[in-house]
Structures are given as C-alpha cells and as structure tokens.
Design a protein around this ligand. Sequence first.
Ligand code: S3P
Length: 172
Amino acid sequence: MSDDQPLQHVVLIGFMGTGKSTVSKRLAEHLGCAACDVDAEIVKREREEIASIFASRGEEAFRAAETAALDAVLGAQDKLVIATGGGAVLSSVNRELMLRKGYVVALTAHPERVIARVSQDPDRPLLQGGVRERVYKLLEDRKHAYDFAHLTIDTTDLTVDEIVNRIAEAAA
Ligand code: S3P
C-alpha cells in the first residue's frame, strides 16, 4: 500500500452472489469500522428500489446512479468497508475511483455456488429470464472485469471468518 497517501477504505468487488454483503459486515466488525453497501446507498439516494430503477429508467440510468453513489461513499472521511454491486466494475471511472480511495478486494466463487446463492434471492434485474443461463453468460462477459483488484479471494471453500482474516491481514 502507498506510504504518502494511505488507502483508506476496503472496497469489495465481485460477481453477484460471491458474498460481498456478508463479508463486508463481518469485516467491518473485525476492523472496528462501518460497513456500507453501494446498492443500498443507491436506493436511499434515488428513493427507488434497484429493480424499479432498471424497469422505469433502464440500466444506463442505474449505472449513472451507481457511479454517483460510489463516489459519495468513497468520499467519506471515516474508514468504511464498502460492498459494491457486481456491475460497478464495468465503468473505468468507477474502477479509478475505487483504486484511488481504497484497497480493492475481489471475491470470486464457483459458478454453481453463485447460482445457489442468487437463487435464494433472485430479485436481480439482470437475472430475469433464467438464472442459470444469465449467470453463465454474465460470468463469461465479465471474465476479466474483476482483475484490477489488489487482492482476489476464491470464497468457494472458505468460511466467512477465513475470508475476513485473509482480507484483514492483507489490508493491514
Ligand atoms: C448488478 C449487481 C447487483 C445490483 C444490480 C446490478 C450487476 O448487485 O447492483 O442488480 O450488474 O451485476 P449485487 O452484486 O450486490 O447483487
């Protein structure tokens, strides 16, 4: 990590269903700071649910709201563990913001684990029309989208505590 400008926040990136929200809360407890979820921030700022934003204004409007929310949370003075939406990495502006203000950790998981997790909560606009097919297609489209992270952790065979410990050690 840089000496002159310490990286302040821990930013979790990764495909839907890789455990970003769960890990962010547990990691924040471990580090003694607050956890923040960019999707939740979007809902708060826009006063509209994610699925509704996609349906009423389209993905482009959602992505603009996502960049604004990400920029706002990254501007917080206090250290945060920030869970981002799976597509936040698609924008180069977002990637630069994350790298400038945070230690970026990518969580990955076996596709079948992702499918099992998102099937429990399938209310994601990009998964409408067949979770399995959509997950495999998006994973292929986003094959290298998470490669810019400082650290990548395959969560498939790890407990939440093991993931948290690995991140805490690396981000120290
Ligand atoms: C998206 C992932 C979702 C949410 C939106 C779009 C994506 O967040 O931001 O539905 O493009 O992968 P999660 O990764 O938290 O499910």
